[in-house]
Write a protein that binds this ligand. Sequence first.
Ligand code: MSP
Length: 508
Amino acid sequence: MKPTFYITTPIYYVNAKPHIGHSYTSIACDVLARFKRMTGYQVYFLTGTDEHGQKVAQAAKALNIEPQALVDKNVLTYQNLWKALNISHDDFIRTTESRHKEVVQAFFAELYKKGDIYPDQYEGWYCVPCETFWQETQIEKGLCPDCGSPLEKISEKTYLFKMSKYEKPLLEFLEKHPDFVYPHERFNEIMNFVKSGLKDLSVSRPKSRIGWGITCPFDEEQVIYVWFDALVNYLSALGYKKHQDLFDRFWPVDIHMMGKDIIKFHAVIWPTMLLAAEVPLPKKVIAHGWWTVEGQKMSKSKGNVVDPYAVISIVGIDAYRYFLLREVPFGLDGNFSEAALHARYQADLANNLGNLLNRTLTMLEKYFDGIIPVNGAGKHIDKFEKPAGHLLADIEKKLADAAFSQALESIWEIIDLANKYIEEEAPWKLAKTDQDRLAVVLYTLTDVLRLVAAYLYPFMPGSATKIWEQLGLSESLSAINLKDIKLGQIPAGTKVQKGVPLFPKLMP
Ligand code: MSP
């Protein structure tokens, strides 16, 4: 039996169009999922969409269509983008699917039966035009902070979840699991937040006001709060209490990945819900930083929202993936700028990796008719042995900390070394003086490129596959176990297939 690895993205709101920030969460998970598959794990990589809530109901009303019709249309923007970005999820869950709704209702009913969900009255100030609730502390002179309309004081029924009851158990858990939240600064934030006290949480709203959500199983008039509904997706996708086999194989989840904005939902509310339901807690919650664009927060009103398709159409899918992962140390905020994207493309991809492949294959064609020379095999080249020998352990360690940028740096050290090797050996001179050494140099370069392609696959699956194919290798790259990839393994005598450059010059 293979060891298992369960990783999740948050489920995305379908009412907004996906931008670089959303794609970052999915790409980060994709790299980890692919790397785990290539190191012998059975992976369950889950993503999906969050389809309930007032905003969806409002948007549908404005278009004069049913909310379900709206979400059925909008979900495609996410599904198509993930396909375009080569995201290799094993499951895509939608909160409007019955497999999800049934689990949410059963989970809600279970907590109610236990007395952890109880009826109450909710009081707040309501703005009818905005359909928004405001707290006393958020308003001035009884007017809506958004549109300035007079507010109505509303008192309505709600069900509360006894989150306060789980404050102590959660603290005890956090004390025992200092790695539960990563990066560590976020763990401290969560710890302090829990220490400051947990209040009971309103987990339902009147159906008459929200209009679009999962009906409370014991009160037809109420719908379940969207966040309560959404978080349960991590259980419902595995068939909680229905497909015990699948559930037992993958739960507890290894990694919940997300942006730092929603860490409290995942590291405070979610664990208390699980404690109430007596389900083991997640192993790790990882929060990445926030992407800005040319130093500014992305927003529709500023018109600076970066559409992933626009970037891909210029630099390609893999350069896009590479840039997001390489540019910022994980956990920190990142700034997207065209200048930075072009600089990385040119330096790391076109000049470094692309050139290495191009030069190697050109020389092979020129000096050996495109055939990896047999008399070049079996000679150890010390300078590659050491970094190649350490690569798996090194990358495994870095990816365990989601340090994508550093993991890529390790691969680029080998690429740099190979480019230097070409300069030092000057094959164009060897061609005139030493055919044997020329054979060793070109065998070694193709061999190193094979190793580089295998390690690049989780990060840049399309480009890695192209390198692999240009090297004339036929095995499926995705089926390779990185533990089996060593130097000296490229079959001599193979005919390479030089193709178009991987990273062509960008249009100015
Ligand atoms: N629907 C909730 C999640 C429910 S999970 C049970 C939600 N959706 S979201 O669409 O708003 O965000 C999804 C992911 O995109 C989050 O990880 C969020 O942090 C990420 N990002 C959205 N904008 C972002 C940036 N500008 N930068 C980086 N990531 C950001 O929250």
